[in-house]
Design a protein around this ligand. Structure first.
Ligand SMILES: [Zn+2]
Length: 441
């Protein structure tokens, strides 16, 4: 935590208070749509560059699986996102930090694995204010920060740090087992409001759509069939309509030509793989592979096909705003490879700490090889994702197994894990922290 935190009061339950709008925009930029192929201001003889006065809009979609139409899914379930992706730098092997919202987005914002962050031990974890979240760094640098969300958990999760305006769709029904709300229309309206202040200035905006989360609700005029996956696809189509509406709104703005748009998800979703539905609890590929693409004015569409982690997002956002890297964040900026540098192979770690409701899982991906540890790392399985993408044939011995177990153990030894501070007494590792912060058995 570096600045005063926007405290979400109880008033927020009925709609968050409006914060002051950003100051006036200094001068209108040259207008070419960020959603067209123009916007060549950023390019020069030295090659493409991020516009010096860039804004960044992050659209994340809960439970959005990696197998979307822009990477080959045969149904046209997301025409607006697919059209956007055609002009994007598309990552084909992006991994979320974890396999459900709380652990994934905590790590995403904190630029650290959730095991390294101060948090309580509940499944719907609350993150402590002394975690540094990357929007705080942006805000400290004078960048306006706004966010709109669509689930009650976001009110008190600790995700509002660093946001001047942080709104959650009002009047949501709370159900800890599923989400029965339909929120994309209202969230899109919140997004338009937060993106349409009196003035301007550089901004970072984050909107997290939630309708693809179960329960899968049928929407009028959308019919992909009746199975769970069909209905989920319908939720994607429904969400895509409102993302499309938001993209049209953005395209009409004078700042569109200097605005970077990032699309990703907090985790994937299972439809029977490994006997699992929905998400969380495990770290199989369908749960932790996510879409990720960047539309950067002046940067040509291309694909990056090496494995990358959502931990890289915090340094990437700093870099998009031309801010210096912050050692608090453990990932690496993706901006050089977005601009065309050859991507290097790096290991990716997926981290699911133990909480009140789930056991620990951790995975490490090295090239095309993945190791998963179950529980406190006493049992591990290795998979060759190139020949066994469905993770059905675990490698349990031999050189590859030995190399991967060593790799994961070495990594875990260097990790500065922080035990969760509390939940129901004794529910985590047999310990909790007392008021003075000491571990109590
Ligand atoms: Zn989620």
């Amino acid at each position: 935590m570096r600045k005063n935190i926007v405290a979400l009061s109880a008033l927020c339950l009925a709609g968050c208070p409006k914060d002051k709008p950003p100051p006036p925009e200094p001068k209108p930029p040259i207008v070419t749509s960020a959603l067209s192929d123009g916007a060549s201001e950023a390019s020069s003889a030295k090659g493409p560059a991020v516009p010096k006065d860039a804004n960044v809009i992050l659209v994340s979609i809960d439970c959005l699986r990696a197998d979307m139409p822009w990477v080959g899914y045969p149904r046209d379930i997301a025409p607006n996102l697919t059209k956007l992706a055609e002009r994007a730098v598309v990552y084909t092997r992006a991994y979320s930090v974890s396999s459900y919202t709380s652990m994934s987005l905590g790590g995403f914002l904190g630029g650290k694995l959730p095991s390294e962050m101060k948090r309580d031990g509940y499944f719907f974890s609350a993150y402590a204010q002394d975690n540094l979240m990357f929007p705080e760094v942006l805000q400290s640098a004078g960048i306006h920060t706004v966010a709109g969300h669509a689930h009650g958990y976001f009110k008190d999760a600790g995700f509002s740090q660093g946001f001047e305006s942080y709104e959650v769709v009002p009047n949501l029904k709370w159900n800890q087992f599923t989400d029965e709300n339909v929120t994309s229309p209202e969230l899109e309206q919140i997004a338009e409001k937060l993106l349409a202040p009196e003035g301007g200035g550089r901004f970072f905006a984050w909107f997290h759509f939630l309708d693809p989360h179960d329960m899968y609700i049928a929407h009028e005029g959308i019919d992909w069939g009746k199975t769970a996956r069909d209905l989920y696809d319908g939720e994607i189509t429904f969400t895509d309509r409102y993302v499309g509406k938001l993209l049209d709104f953005i395209a009409a703005k004078p700042w569109a030509s200097r605005t970077v748009i990032v699309v990703t998800a907090d985790h994937g979703e299972a439809f029977g793989e490994h006997g699992q539905t929905r998400h969380g609890f495990e770290v199989w590929e369908p749960l932790v592979r996510v879409p990720l693409f960047f539309v950067v004015p002046g940067v040509k569409a291309h694909k990056v096909e090496v494995a990358r982690s959502a931990l890289d997002m915090a340094p990437t956002f700093l870099d998009l705003f031309s801010l210096e890297a912050d050692p608090a964040f453990s990932g690496k900026s993706l901006v050089p490879e977005i601009l065309g540098a050859a991507p290097e192979e790096r290991d990716v770690v997926v981290d699911l700490p133990k909480t009140s409701d789930n056991d620990r899982r951790r995975a490490l991906i090295h090239g095309q090889t993945k190791i998963i540890s179950f529980g406190a790392q006493e049992y591990m399985q290795v998979f060759d994702l190139a020949t066994d993408p469905d993770e059905k044939q675990p490698i349990m011995k031999g050189d590859v197994y030995n190399d991967m177990t060593t790799r994961l153990k070495t990594f875990s030894h260097t990790l500065k894990e922080i035990p969760a501070t509390s939940c129901k007494e004794g529910c985590l590792w047999g310990t909790h922290r007392d008021d003075a912060g000491a571990l109590v058995p």
